[in-house]
Design a protein around this ligand. Sequence first.
Ligand code: ATP
Ligand code: MG
Length: 451
Amino acid sequence: MHPTTPPQPLIVPRPEHRISRANISPNALKVLYRLSQAGHQAYLVGGGVRDLLLGHEPKDFDVATDATPEQVRAVFRNCRLIGRRFRLAHVFFGSEIVEVATFRGTNPDADLDQRLVENGRILRDNVYGTIAEDALRRDFSVNALYYNIQDFSLVDYAGGLADIAAGRLRLIGADPVARYREDPVRMLRAVRFACKLGFIIDAACETPLISLAPLLQEIAPARLFEETLKLFHSGYALPAFEKLRHYGLFAELFPQTEACLAREDHDFPITFVSRGLDNTDRRVADGQSVSPAFLFAILLWEPVRLRYEALLAQDRPPVEAMILAAHEVASQQQRQIAIPKRYGLPMREIWTMQPRLERRQGKRPLQLCGHPRFRAAYDFLLLRAQVGEVDPALADWWTRLQAGEAGERGSAAGETKRKRRRRRKPKTGETTAVSPAAGSGIAADAAAADD
Ligand code: ATP
Ligand code: MG
């Protein structure tokens, strides 16, 4: 769409809004000033402006400019151009990156000469435009507010300020369905921002979600991995999960899990996923670390557990059954979400350690304590105990074992004595792998008992 008369923005001068330079990262300000001094337009845009207006601390600051990526690079030495289709400039300040995007236009045919096509594939699609066009190709009105470094005013082409005031998430443009079709990930973004900001989704944007949810199948699984992490690792995983389920979006992301939840919803509700996500939210709120492996272990546990039980019923030994169930569910999931190996392997280990954690006899428990995934698997066991899947006494036993309580130490050592197979003595200088958790001397006791 190339408007003949550009839409007139609402311009709010500095004294009439709450965005202060004191709350903008000094590096983002540096980028804005330097671009401006070089004769370019420079605005702060997107989530940074939105969050500052709402009094939240922005995650990062994005800059929009009329300078081309090459012109941006000419201004900054600490700059790299990234992206093949959409070229962006990244300006580096130590670990902080300020992303600088050239205003994008909306009509791909308008500047065909700017599209580099090779073998029918678009290599570059840098259709540059005006700020007005750039604003209208963004997703939600609240994400299309610009802070002008020249006079510190706010520029609003899409009614974003009114929507911020109303607590409303609204796609830009008259046709929400078309905007979702253009990029189905916007459906996930709608849920994410509704949860993050506590906004309602405008009715016209909410209604099509359920029927359009299957469009998510068109999205590259690697992109969906990133989006899923943003949905569940930002401190509002539980409300996001509930909303995603409500709109049928969860079923598109995690069909195997949804099938389990739908099945047992009629019986008694499955609480494990909710409990796990609630726990994730608490950790984020407390500033504790969260890991993608653990998150996906939670999200996919129901189908793994069900498959595991089916295999047990076929007389498979527990550990083997779990390895098989984990493999089947994880491979199936890759069709929707590409979980990178560095997370997929530890995720499966968390599962496969569960039957091992259900055994208390012998020296094995002490060996398990030294496993790199022990802590995560133990945390997972605690969650299972909380929902009544395993005996809470088992979880307590592990808790005490780690704390090195005398009784457990004795029983672990006593059990070990009964072991049939002798292990070779460690050579001089060889150490037993002991986790910090087991550093209480229990492992040494067990080793002594073994000899
Ligand atoms: P946050 O960083 O807090 O998650 P954000 O709004 O900054 O939120 P980003 O993914 O960083 O989200 O994107 C920056 C901006 O780019 C958005 O505010 C929006 O204007 C635009 N944008 C991002 N993704 C899309 C999309 N799929 N369609 C249209 N515009 C988008
Ligand atoms: Mg952002």
